[in-house]
Design a protein around this ligand. Structure first.
Ligand code: AMP
Ligand code: GLY
Length: 426
């Protein structure tokens, strides 16, 4: 079995690492990868958005299974592109076609889908012009949730505390067109007051298996302050997601989502990542993503027992029925080591000094190899993962792990997992 993973982040390093655990690293390729994926796979120098060049690599490398990491190529139809090429009649692809990826590619579409299949989510309206959107804002109470319809690299959602701020944002979207075409429509929705977490399923379009759940820390600063980022740390499992809550998640959200995907005849073989809010014990969907999360994958995949490759091939060949995933009981916690300045401007090229411990899990994100040195090459540089019997143990391990890595301007949050300790009897 020869596998190609596309992408260059910590998520892709974690996927390559987990698959190498199943089948060794010889037949695993990552395009383009980073300094970390080199340790458990072969990097292919090709952008994950260059469909033609990737297709040629898939052909020449005799790839059997393709796993598409990021959302952009999925939304832009990479799966569709490959499926109409006779060279790839037998290629197994983990990643939905564009008619499934639209669940992430259009927030308006996702809201319509949720309403159609009675999946709990915040009340909303979609607007295509400034005046109507502004009129709606004036009829609502603060805080206001405004979402650009299309892909906006994680920057499309704004929670405005005042009417003035919300109206200013509407101007930015429709007049200044800060999101380009991704802001042709604006979804304005009810604010949900609760605790966030994410659930993940692997589906073949009809059947599904549930992966371990995770909680992401999205803001840059301690205590959930400052601007949103791609994610600064994660924990799995989520201690407040008890059996009763997870049963509600499955029956009210996961099952109707998979039935909806089947009923709409979406070409959907891959992961669905559901961001949700626990509002007083009831789950509501905040968003769908059509891929795994980053840095959620870094804590989820170490907790999957058995063969991960078997699950991927079963999904890609519509044979997930009757399958299950072994969830390891331990807790994993990741801390993202970022470059000073992120999510704004930051410097690249700083040498990273590791003091490795064989028990450490360190996933690379924005890293590169220059000569014999590993250097920073992105905003989120590394994710260090700790393991333990509970959040506290995993946290201690992860922070000790983080302290062993040094580069100029290293920044990380100091409170990953703190809010979850109160849910544990330790
Ligand atoms: P998204 O890009 O959809 O993940 O949204 C970014 C963040 O905005 C989410 O992680 C939530 O913290 C927050 N958010 C989105 N929608 C809502 C909502 N309806 N109520 C409260 N917070 C929200
Ligand atoms: N960590 C959030 C995401 O991957 O979308």
């Amino acid at each position: 079995m020869r596998i190609l993973i596309t992408g260059s982040g910590g998520r892709e390093h974690a996927i390559a690492w987990r698959l190498a655990r199943d089948i060794g690293s010889e037949n695993i390729f990552v395009a383009p990868g980073n300094a970390g994926t080199k340790q458990c796979a072969t990097n292919i120098d090709c952008s994950y958005n260059n469909f033609e060049m990737l297709a040629n690599h898939i052909d020449e490398l005799h790839i059997d299974l393709l796993m598409i990491g990021p959302e952009e190529p999925l939304v832009n139809g990479f799966t569709d592109y490959l499926k109409q090429d006779p060279r790839f009649a037998k290629l197994m692809i983990v990643g939905p076609g564009s008619n499934g990826a639209i669940l992430e590619g259009s927030k308006d579409f996702a809201k319509q889908f949720m309403n159609k299949y009675s999946i709990p989510t915040a009340a909303y309206q979609t607007f295509e012009s400034k005046d109507k959107a502004a009129e709606y804002i004036r009829s609502l109470k603060s805080p206001y949730v405004l979402k650009a319809d299309g892909l906006a690299a994680g920057k499309g959602v704004v929670i405005a505390q005042t009417e003035e701020e919300a109206l200013k944002h509407i101007d930015l979207v429709f007049q200044n067109r800060v999101f380009g075409d991704a802001g042709n429509k604006l979804v304005i929705e009810e604010f949900l007051d609760g605790i966030e977490m994410s659930v993940f399923a692997l589906t073949d379009g009809r059947n599904y298996v549930l992966l371990p759940e995770a909680k992401d820390y999205k803001r840059i600063g301690d205590g959930d302050t400052g601007p949103n980022t791609g994610g600064m740390g994660t924990v799995s499992p989520v201690p407040f997601a008890n059996k009763e809550f997870m049963q509600k998640v499955v029956s009210r959200i996961v099952e109707p989502t998979i039935s909806g995907i089947a009923a709409e005849n979406m070409d959907y073989c891959g992961f669905i990542f559901i961001g949700l809010m626990n509002v007083g014990g009831d789950p509501f969907v905040i968003e769908y993503n059509v891929r795994l999360g980053d840095p959620e994958t870094q804590v989820i995949l170490p907790r999957i027992g058995g063969s991960f490759i078997d699950l991927l091939t079963a999904a890609a060949t519509q044979q997930l029925e009757g399958k299950s995933i072994e969830h390891e009981a331990f807790t994993t916690l990741s801390i993202v080591l970022a470059s000073e300045g992120y999510p704004g401007a930051y410097k690249k090229g700083n040498e990273i000094e590791f003091e490795p411990d064989p028990n450490d899990l360190v996933f690379h994100a924005g890293t590169a190899v220059v000569g014999d040195k590993t250097v920073t090459a992105g905003g989120r540089v590394l994710a260090v993962v700790g393991k333990g019997n509970n959040v506290t143990e995993a946290m201690i391990w992860a922070y000790e792990n983080a302290e062993r890595i040094k580069f100029e301007g290293v920044y990380y949050r100091n409170d990953i997992g703190f809010d979850l300790m109160k849910y544990e009897n330790i």
